[in-house]
Ligand binder design. Structure first.
Ligand code: NDP
Length: 465
């Protein structure tokens, strides 16, 4: 497909000196320049560090070079367009400076890669300086701390931006492997007839990291696994696995179907949730004394619909797990007893479809095949698709999402009603958390989570990525 036109004529990055800008956003800006998708637009960094334009330029260059080598021609086209505004977002002066940088620009994109407590301050500052008309705004996660604060944030944004100019980022939605869930489901006729409660025994999703807070304990301690992963990334994956086919390819058709899935999920029951904390977490710098923030959460729920009624969904996410992996496993019903001549057991394991959604994306379909020899015994075998081997390196999620936002393509972004439903689903657990249970680092969480899985035949542990 040809690239869609971009009407954005300036990119403004609030949080230019921050971690996310350095690790993800600047390298993505470079890739877009390399693909000639920035149309010569200026890129303005805004933060409180007392930098000038040359400091910002060398910082950007370093951040790009940490990812990949720079082509001198691409860099020399990009460099002079990088400028910087220094100041405090809570003071009016910075918006005046920014207005000067944006003279003659009609459609800026404001990317808010900043602490969420400052979203309102920045949006109001932009509005006071008449910078919001014709503009778009990208808002980083977390989108609120609970349903109430997410609604308040939506109100702030809607005061100055129409919904179609608001881009709520969840970078999982920019990943090929995640989108492949949709393609795999709806582009393969053989799957659709079996994608329901008549054939599927259960669905599991695991988002695991084999490391801890990685220097971000101060932020993490205010969030925890439920807010950091479950409310957003996990529910997005569940929606893609569970939704009905969208009626068209427009942004709203896809998002309508996701919202329908969310409406069919009852508020998570705190009695079917296990919260865990890895041993040693409370001693980390940045963690509050006696913190009961969960670094692991596992839960079980159902989706009340004709397609899914009675199918258990088991989901878990945690830090300091045995491996890093993001996987969804669809387990089909066991075949009935087989009466081949010579087979002594008469049983065969159930088929599994495993979506590998993390660092080594792909799909495994586990089927049963005959073992060698004259006995008709069965053995599980894997049919495997490895995405990178087949299709090569994909775009970075942030590159894709930034380009989408500049084009005004909303498909891969959260909508106000969807985030509201996501918060409704997790709200009871946020309000009435069970006590955290300690677990050893390098294990699959507290014993209670393992036992919860055993009620449904046990968890499928992911392979190392
Ligand atoms: P950092 O703390 O590293 O960066 C915050 C940025 O905001 C800095 O540029 C800082 O400027 C600026 N800033 C903070 N307060 C002010 C202020 N009062 N006035 C002016 N500038 C200010 O945060 P991250 O980059 O890690 O995160 C940014 C956002 O992205 C957050 O919402 C986070 O949840 C989200 N996010 C981050 C991820 C990551 O991997 N880092 C992943 C996913 C989401 P200065 O340092 O110059 O003071």
């Amino acid at each position: 497909m040809p690239d869609a036109p971009i009407d954005t004529d300036a990119l403004v990055l609030f949080g230019a000196s921050g971690d996310l800008a350095k690790k993800k956003i600047f390298p993505s800006i470079y890739r877009l320049e390399e693909r000639q998708r920035l149309n010569g637009m200026p890129i303005v960094g805004v933060a409180s560090s007392p930098w000038d334009d040359p400091t910002m330029r060398s910082y950007v260059k370093e951040s790009i070079e940490a990812k990949h080598p720079t082509d001198p021609a691409v860099w020399s086209a990009l460099e002079p367009r990088l400028t910087y505004c220094s100041g405090d977002y809570r003071q009016d002066d910075i918006y005046g400076q920014l207005a000067d940088h944006l003279q003659g620009r009609e459609h800026p994109l404001f990317y808010l890669a900043i602490p969420p407590v400052l979203f309102e301050e920045v949006v109001e500052g932009l509005a006071r300086h008449n910078l919001v008309e014709g503009a778009k705004v990208v808002v980083e996660k977390p989108f609120g701390r609970d349903r109430k604060s997410a609604r308040e944030l939506n109100d702030v944004l809607h005061r100055h931006f129409p919904e179609q100019s608001i881009f709520r980022i969840d970078h999982y939605l920019g990943k090929d492997a995640i989108e492949n869930i949709l393609v795999f489901r709806f582009a393969n006729t053989l799957l659709e007839p079996v994608w329901n409660r008549n054939f599927i025994a259960k669905i599991e999703v695991t988002i695991a990291e084999d490391f801890g807070t990685a220097g971000r304990a101060k932020y993490y301690d205010t969030a925890g696994a439920l807010r950091d992963i479950m409310q957003n990334h996990m529910l997005e994956i569940v929606a893609l696995l569970a939704m009905e086919p969208p009626v068209s390819s427009t942004g709203d058709a896809l998002r309508d179907e996701k919202v329908k899935v969310y409406r069919q999920i009852r508020t998570f029951d705190p009695n079917r949730v296990v919260r865990g904390q890895y041993r040693g977490y409370i001693d980390e710098p940045g963690v509050e004394y006696g913190s009961d923030t969960e670094t692991f959460v596992a839960l079980q729920f159902e989706i009340d619909s004709w397609r899914w009624s009675g199918v258990p969904w088991l989901v878990r996410t945690g830090k300091n797990m045995p491996v890093s992996a993001t996987e969804a496993v669809v387990e089909f019903n066991r075949p009935p007893r087989i009466f081949f001549a010579g087979d002594t057991t008469g049983t065969s394991p159930s088929n599994h479809l495993r979506f590998r959604l993390g660092a080594d994306p792909g799909i495994n379909l586990q089927l049963s095949a005959k073992t060698s020899g004259d006995r008709l015994a069965t053995h599980p075998v894997d049919l495997e698709v490895t995405q990178d081997a087949l299709f090569g390196d994909s775009e970075e999620p942030y590159e894709r999402l930034l380009e989408d936002a500049m084009e005004g393509d909303m498909r891969r972004f959260g909508r106000a009603d969807a985030t509201d439903e996501q918060w409704r689903i997790v709200q009871q657990v946020v309000d009435h958390p069970s006590p955290v249970q300690l677990y050893e680092q390098g294990t699959w969480g507290p014993q209670a989570a393992i036992e919860m899985g055993q009620l449904y035949g046990g968890w499928h542990d992911p392979k190392r990525e």
